[in-house]
Write a protein that binds this ligand. Structure first.
Ligand code: NAP
Length: 351
């Protein structure tokens, strides 16, 4: 590309030079002006090589389920140079075009593109029906299937049940979403379990290439079995979503005197309120540990209430009957993971 500059108004102002400066002696004659820059040209061999290399190392990734989370992930996958093709129940052609992906409204057409990776981003609840009707026979036999569901034992079992045994399986959970990961993924946990990766170097390399996207974004990479993930996630993720929804129903609102703690609650509501109820219900239905956690939460709430009302009751009795009233012996209780209760210590003397 040639850039013509007016000789009267040079774009780069000449340096201020002293008369005896050595540079002055070799400064260009007045008529010499910049007429071209070294921009990347289509015939630039180096640029062409780079783009060939990018193409050869790019994965063709088929995103199945192009809703909230599918779109969020796709933007980053494209930024890392991968070729994205997508399919969803609803028509997302415009959304796909806007980020440089291609949308196929028919799953058969999507599969005939022979993607290296199929990335399942559908809701937890629809997973089985999606897999049951998916035209696997149109894919290459070595395809890598990846899921991002927020529960892990469930998709692992379905993959092992429905996928042809030649397919590779990688179960993952990016533990962040469009809200918590909107600025950066740096330091955010990415859990994965290489459930079944074929015994060839190219299959391992393909899996690593996929994981590298998250690694290069700065995620905290955690290799963990699906079973362990669900055990930990019930006590953290499910409880977080539940509290977010409870507080949303309660109606927390910003005020001019927000404390740091209150700001945390507002952030929690903001982080969880944009997720669909279907997602939340999926966390409850398909994490075998979620029901127990919900019961523990309920018991903990009751126990805190009891403690408050117990103290109030004592004060009331004091006022009614005067003098020292023998308070009943109190013991601090802790709820166990198995739903049981253990008495910790006598706390009546400390109050
Ligand atoms: P979601 O409500 O869990 O799932 C929405 C997606 O599921 C859409 O692509 C939707 O397709 C598809 N879907 C729903 N019902 C379907 C059906 N009967 N048949 C076919 N497709 C169906 O919301 P999401 O936030 O996008 O989550 C997608 C997945 O990512 C979930 O498995 C979730 O656990 C996981 N995930 C989400 C987050 C997050 O922060 N949101 C974080 C980590 C992992 P259409 O839109 O075309 O109807």
């Amino acid at each position: 590309m040639l850039l013509h500059f007016s000789p009267a108004k040079p774009l780069i102002s000449p340096p201020i030079l002293r008369r005896n400066s050595p540079v002055f002696l070799i400064s260009p004659p007045r008529s010499l002006r910049i007429r071209a820059i070294d921009a990347a040209q289509i015939f630039d061999y180096e640029t062409q090589l780079k783009s060939e290399y990018r193409k050869s190392s790019a994965l063709k990734i088929a995103v199945l389920g192009f809703g909230n989370f599918g779109q969020f992930l796709s933007k980053t996958l494209i930024r890392h140079g991968h070729d994205l093709i997508t399919h969803s129940r609803s028509d997302y052609s415009d959304a796909a075009n806007s980020i440089g992906a291609r949308f196929f409204d028919n799953p058969h057409d999507l599969c005939e593109q022979h993607p290296d990776v199929v990335l399942l981003c559908t809701s937890i609840l629809s997973t089985e029906s999606v897999l049951r009707s998916f035209p696997f026979q149109r894919l290459r036999r070595s395809t890598l299937f990846v899921d991002v569901l927020s529960v892990k034992e469930f998709p692992k079992a379905l993959f092992l049940k429905y996928l042809p045994k030649e397919f590779d399986i990688l179960c993952t959970h990016p533990m962040f979403g469009p809200e918590s990961g909107k600025h950066s993924w740096s330091g955010l946990p990415f859990v994965y379990d290489k459930v079944r990766i074929g015994d060839t170097a190219s299959r391992h390399e393909r899996c690593e290439k996929f994981l590298r996207v998250f690694e290069n974004e700065g995620c905290k990479m955690v290799e963990m079995s699906c079973e362990k993930h669900d055990y930990y996630a019930a006590g953290s993720q499910f409880v977080t979503h539940t509290m977010g929804r409870v507080l949303e129903k309660y109606g927390v609102e910003s005020s001019p005197i927000n404390t740091k703690g209150y700001e945390t609650l507002l952030d929690l509501v903001e982080n969880t309120s944009s997720d669909s109820f279907e997602l939340f219900y999926g966390l409850f239905m398909y994490n075998p540990n979620a029901l127990e956690e919900l019961e523990r939460l309920d018991m903990a709430f009751e126990s805190v209430k009891k403690e408050l009302f117990g103290r109030l009751h004592q004060q009331y009795r004091k006022q009614m009957f005067g003098g020292e009233v023998q308070s009943p012996k109190k013991t601090e209780q802790k709820l166990l993971n198995d739903g049981g209760v253990v008495s910790m210590k006598d706390t009546s003397s400390s109050s």
